[in-house]
Design a protein around this ligand. Sequence first.
Ligand code: PLP
Length: 382
Amino acid sequence: MAMAARARALIGQGIDIVNLGLGEPDFQTPEPASGAGIDAIRSGYTKYTPPSGSLELKEVIRQKFKIDNELDYANNEIIVSCGAKHSLYNIAQVLFEKGDEVIIPAPYWVSYPDQVLLNDAIPVIVETKEENGFLMTPDQLKDAMSPKTKGIIFNSPSNPTGATYTEKHYEAFADLLLNSPLWIISDEIYEKFLYDGISHTSIASLSPDLKSKTIVVNGISKAYAMTGWRIGYAAGPEEVVRAMGTVQSQSTSNPTSISQKAAIAALKEGAPFIQTMIEIFHQRRRFMVDRLNRIPGIRCPRPAGSFYLFPNIQEILGKKYKGSEILSSVDLATFLLEEGGVTTIPGVAFGAEGYLRISYAAPEDVLAKGLEKIDQAIRLLS
Ligand code: PLP
């Protein structure tokens, strides 16, 4: 947020800034979804729906889980919210309270620890390692567990690293998870953003026992370039979903009726859109990783998924520009913005110092220009 505000101020002064900090696809919402939204307005589908989402949309989500994830849910095990963030917020509200510990592998998406803290619960951050592909190991999970552990949040593919847990990884955690009364929250919002033939696995699909303690979160924001429409959803045990519905019904009520209609069309007709978008992201990822690795001091792993890169910048830390030292990811991101004209996000925001998050949700000429600017700026350091 701070970087974006500073970038806006610089743009206001007429300075050319390339934004590599974006967290949303740079594509137009697919036409079937936009059209369905317009039709909803014109036909008067503009009133309250059931607070936890229309039955029609829940039915489409139910089918989505069956086809994409081999998960069978009843409609009363599904809730539609105002974005996946809202579903995650409701989950934290109903599951966590004072003193509960919630395991969050780092680097993490920024909202997880704060949503836990809002309920006076304690985020237990597990620092994953670059050499392990930013994936938590079973030993790390074991060490993080305590009698107070109430939940664990998986995010695969991950924002910000793109790290992706496969069925094998989850199997290695299964015994530990099943022998604990914790809840598993599985944020699968980047499910479609996978490359090099890797396919998505939902931890809930591994066994009925795992399913019975997992709440799967997903949404249309990323997969269908619909961040502004605010539709996310979650599925899990009926008692949890019912409680989430109660929280939602006393706070926001239903997500926008118009967006729900658009979501139905996206989920039913959006597959060709996703395919085209992912092919483009695939090419961009290859270009970006190769180009970043040619910049002195940057080491960028090739992530399995999402549309972010998480390059290691540790070799650059300690270098100087005009006498002042670059000591942290915030210093480097600030330097790249002020002197290079590029917005990136410091890794520390995601719980990992020594890294930057770079998004490739921008056209290739913009990406090329952004990386050229980063390259030139870094060469100014000594
Ligand atoms: N989960 C992760 C990992 C995200 O990166 C985001 C958005 O950046 C969300 C959830 C929230 O998405 P939504 O727009 O559906 O609220």
